[in-house]
Write a protein that binds this ligand. Structure first.
Ligand SMILES: *Cc1c(COP(=O)(O)O)cnc(C)c1O
Length: 360
């Protein structure tokens, strides 16, 4: 406990301490079974309950009904870039994608291998430092795809586009459940767990039944959403331990007061951090448009790369880890997912002020 640091890594990312402690407590003997959940059959009643409880708490947190399938897949959010296109874009259909950088680009690339992609808006003209506000949607599109939070550039959608009757699909890997949100606006939401939900190894999917019904194409078993729906994500062995951890993380979130409460904490965290950047007289410079600043991944630059390196090294000595920006952007990135307490940001801004005083 005494050795734990504030971990600002972008993903895999910090987990709530009570979750890790619960896992530790249950690790050798899961609820009186005399074995670890790691060693338990995925067909056992014990795991079946974990699986059902995890689906239930995901639906509860999102505030959605049984109209949405909750699915668990492997191979990360990246696999969904391909699966979405394979299931919904085959047979000459077209889909609209909004390009907000890195992850959107990868999603577009995979979709282009399957069907027609219309880039309905892009912020590449300013190196993805903003979220596009104007789009040209095709009313016949199979779906519209967005990345709700750009983990690398530090932008986040605050108001989602109105796509009319066309289903909206969102990659929410780095901001799912960070705030209140009307999830019923979405045809599909997916998130690799390792940022805001748990460990690497499982991707959580909410898929509306109407969209699921539109899936087509002759696909291999493991590439079809239909398989995950029919077999309750257990055609093959699911990532049991990752699913179990997601359950614990969402139970922890519920204990905190759910999305209402975490939104307030996240808002405090972001305003404290961005406030410190903005009142630094240019010593710290935010890299994206203010209105599109991410609550989850804050990006900033300093006067020189040397200074940034010193900042990262000095911070680490103070127990503030993982602040290096993505290699494609450079600078500093502060990842402050749900599991990062306000105290972590308070300590960071104290450090920032102190560092500025000594180096400004
Ligand atoms: C990290 C990330 C991904 C990639 O997730 P994997 O699980 O590694 O495939 C995709 N999209 C976003 C927004 C991410 O932050």
């Amino acid at each position: 406990m005494a050795d734990r640091v504030y971990n600002f890594n972008p993903g895999p990312a910090t987990l709530p301490l009570p979750v890790l402690e619960k896992m530790k407590g249950e690790l050798l003997d899961f609820q009186g079974t005399g074995m670890s959940i790691l060693e338990t059959s995925h067909r056992s009643p014990e795991f079946k309950k974990v699986h059902e409880d995890t689906k239930a708490i995901i639906r509860e947190t999102a505030g959605v009904s049984d109209d949405y399938h909750v699915l668990f897949t492997g191979a990360g959010a990246s696999m969904q870039f391909a699966m979405i296109a394979l299931n919904f874009l085959s047979g000459g259909k077209s889909a609209d994608y909004i390009n907000t950088g890195a992850w959107s680009k990868k999603a577009i690339k995979e979709a282009q291998l399957v069907g027609n992609v219309n880039v309905a808006a892009t912020s590449d003209d300013k190196n993805f430092t903003y979220i596009p506000k104007k789009y040209s949607f095709d009313s016949n599109a199979a779906y519209v795809h967005i990345t709700s939070n750009n983990t690398i550039f530090g932008t986040q959608w605050m108001n989602f586009p109105d796509t009319g009757n066309v289903p909206l699909i969102a990659d929410m890997s780095s901001d799912i459940f960070c705030r209140k949100l009307d999830f019923t606006k979405f045809g599909m939401v997916y998130a690799g767990a390792q940022k805001n939900l748990g460990p690497a190894g499982v991707t959580v999917i909410l898929l509306h039944k109407d969209l699921a019904d539109k899936a087509g194409g002759e696909l291999n078993t493991m590439l079809k959403y239909g398989t995950y729906i029919e077999k309750d994500s257990m055609f093959n062995t699911p990532p049991c331990f990752a699913i179990y951890t997601v359950k614990l993380v969402l139970e922890w979130l519920k204990d905190q007061g759910g999305l209402d409460a975490i939104e307030k904490v996240n808002d405090k965290k972001q305003s404290l951090l961005y406030g410190t950047i903005d009142s630094s007289g240019g010593f710290y410079r935010g890299t994206v448009e203010k209105e599109d600043r991410s609550w989850m991944n804050a990006t900033m630059r300093m006067g020189s790369e040397e200074l940034e390196q010193t900042f990262i090294a000095e911070a680490k000595k103070q127990g503030l880890h993982g602040l290096k920006g993505h290699r494609s952007v450079g600078g500093i990135r502060v990842s402050m997912y749900n599991a990062m307490p306000l105290a972590g940001i308070e300590k960071l801004v104290e450090f920032m002020k102190d560092f500025q005083q000594k180096n400004g």
